[in-house]
Ligand binder design. Structure first.
Ligand code: NDP
Length: 512
């Protein structure tokens, strides 16, 4: 069975080649073509043609294909990991997390899709629709355009295609031009597993390819920066198609005075440096209550000193890998320099790493405040700025003093207090005594507040967004004529108004 791909001439795709390199070594890997707007149009048209057959397969047969995919992942584990590490430069352990996510996502959505999308009966209290049977149903939207970033080449691209496919849609995926190879590997997965032709396609290219996809798809699932997200939303709005936007963050961690010290240190260091800090849910700023500040700082400095950064070479080789996107190095360096110029101290790192690859040293910043870029703008690099606060009240105020609201974390010895505090934080997701682990909880919706996004992934809402809602009302025992129908009869309307007074006037009467 042939899955059509951008490498085939049928899509008239290649107008310019994109060079893909290994960010950790600087070595070229390969070139991929830029898909022209015509190529994108052809891909979406083919997907649209294929979608009804995919929908007609039903949940049970799609589930069987998902099980095959799951097995494909297990059989091709090392190829998937190598692909992610090579094009992104992350440590292999971090690629393992992407791998686990996808294997579990096939399982989760194949088990839960049907229940999340089933018909629901609705009861109306209104006597004016008495006797009608009412229910809602959900139908796939058609062709979902998924546009993904470079920091997680698998989960933030193909990962979002899984629930879209489970709902009966076809998917056209545009990965970042920095990291297109793992998406292309998913094309191979679909072919090997026997997905119907054209149901899943990949179009490689840069912004123009993404724009062309927005111009053709029925829904856009976008993950990327807030700046691009605004453009995507505006373009989608021109066509009146819905979009879901998972955008940037400036995630905060609060360490309360009663926090278990070791846990706090591990969550802070892992949360800030995982993926070299190139994660939307990275811990980008830490607020520590005065009572534990000195002990916390000593322990964090020691732990950061133990972190191994460098070229990934299999499990156990490094903790922090490369910086994937070249301009990101300048942003990280700018934030560190700005902080130092405004009075911050660097306790570890603070400069670019050496070698032919792209690296920034794991960096610990103290004496920081909210006048500094490192506390206000998304850094997206291996930095850990720590600020002392008087108490939890000051921490809450500072956490909420941000244009972003993706995720926040609290470390405390009192889980009940953590839960109460969580409700006061302006973030779409809050973890207590954890950071980031909630991403693997596919039943728990996740989406940003404020400038961190619109819409959610995961949970019931994470698949319902890929459907259109239809309401059906059936009058199974129709009379010849209802009292409100034409020609209008004053006596009928007098009766109707009496009924309205009886039904809705009681409340007023009781109150007076
Ligand atoms: P960008 O916004 O630069 O790019 C994201 C994707 O959009 C890429 O595929 C990019 O293509 C494409 N694109 C760029 N311009 C346009 C356009 N005008 N129309 C359509 N598509 C376009 O983000 P990054 O790739 O730099 O990713 C990092 C950002 O992603 C960070 O801000 C991070 O916080 C965020 N992110 C958010 C997550 C969340 O769940 N909230 C998860 C992961 C990351 P190309 O790269 O080829 O130019």
């Amino acid at each position: 069975m042939a899955i059509r791909s951008i490498t085939e001439p049928t899509l008239d795709a290649a107008v310019a080649a994109i060079a893909v390199d290994n960010p950790a070594t600087g070595a070229p890997i390969t070139d991929v073509p830029t898909t022209s707007p015509d190529g994108v149009r052809a891909a979406v048209a083919a997907a649209r043609k294929a979608q009804p057959r995919w929908q007609a397969l039903g949940f049970r047969r799609r589930r069987a294909l998902f099980h095959t995919s799951q097995q494909w992942f297990l059989d091709n584990r090392q190829r998937v990991l190598d692909s992610i590490v090579a094009e992104n430069g992350k440590a292999e352990e971090e690629a393992v997390v992407e791998f686990i996510y996808c294997v579990s996502a096939f399982s989760f959505w194949s088990r839960r899709a049907k229940g999340f999308l089933k018909d629901r009966s609705v009861r109306s209290a209104s006597p004016f629709v008495f006797g009608r049977g009412m229910h809602t149903r959900r139908a796939p939207l058609g062709v979902i355009g998924v546009i993904g970033p470079w920091n997680n080449p698998l989960i933030n691209s193909f990962g979002d295609a899984i629930p879209a496919l489970a709902a009966g849609n076809a998917v056209v995926l545009k990965p970042s031009e920095q990291t297109p190879l793992t998406a292309l590997l998913m094309l191979e997965m679909a072919r090997d597993c026997g997905y119907p032709d054209d149901v899943f396609q990949v179009v490689t290219g840069a912004a123009a390819t993404g724009e062309a996809l927005i111009d053709e798809a029925d829904f856009v699932m976008f993950t990327g920066s807030t700046r691009t997200g605004r453009r995507v939303a505006a373009r989608a709005a021109e066509r009146l198609i819905p979009s879901s936007l998972e955008l940037g963050g400036k995630d905060a961690l609060i360490v309360l005075a009663d926090a278990p010290l070791e846990r706090a240190v591990n969550v802070a260091v892992h949360g800030a440096l995982f993926n070299g800090g190139q994660t939307c849910t990275s811990v980008e700023r830490v607020y520590v209550e005065a009572g534990i500040y000195d002990r916390f700082l000593t322990a964090v400095a020691q732990r950061v000193g133990e972190i191994r950064a460098g070229v990934p070479a299999g499990l156990g080789s490094v903790d922090v890998g490369a910086m994937t996107f070249p301009p990101q190095l300048d942003i990280v360096d700018d934030h560190v320099r700005d902080a130092v110029a405004r009075g911050a101290r660097v306790l570890a790192g603070g400069k670019r790493g050496e070698g032919p690859g792209r690296f920034y040293e794991p960096t610990l910043l103290v004496d920081v405040d909210h006048s500094m870029k490192c506390m206000r703008e998304e850094t997206f690099g291996p930095t850990l700025p720590i600020m002392k606060v008087r108490d939890a009240e000051e921490a809450v105020r500072l956490v909420n003093d941000s244009e972003y609201g993706l995720q926040a974390s609290i470390i405390t010895g009192d889980a009940h207090r953590g839960r109460r505090l969580a409700a006061r934080l302006e973030a779409g997701a809050v973890t207590v005594n954890d950071a980031q682990s909630n991403y693997l909880a596919l039943g728990l919706p996740m989406g940003g507040w404020k400038n961190s996004g619109l819409g959610v992934r995961h949970g019931a809402e994470g698949i319902r967004k890929y459907t259109k809602l239809q309401s059906i009302s059936v009058n199974s025992h129709p009379t010849r004529r209802d009292p409100h129908m034409m020609p209008f009869e004053p006596s009928s309307y007098r009766l109707i108004l009496k009924l309205v007074g009886f039904l809705y006037g009681r409340y007023k009467a009781r109150r007076s």
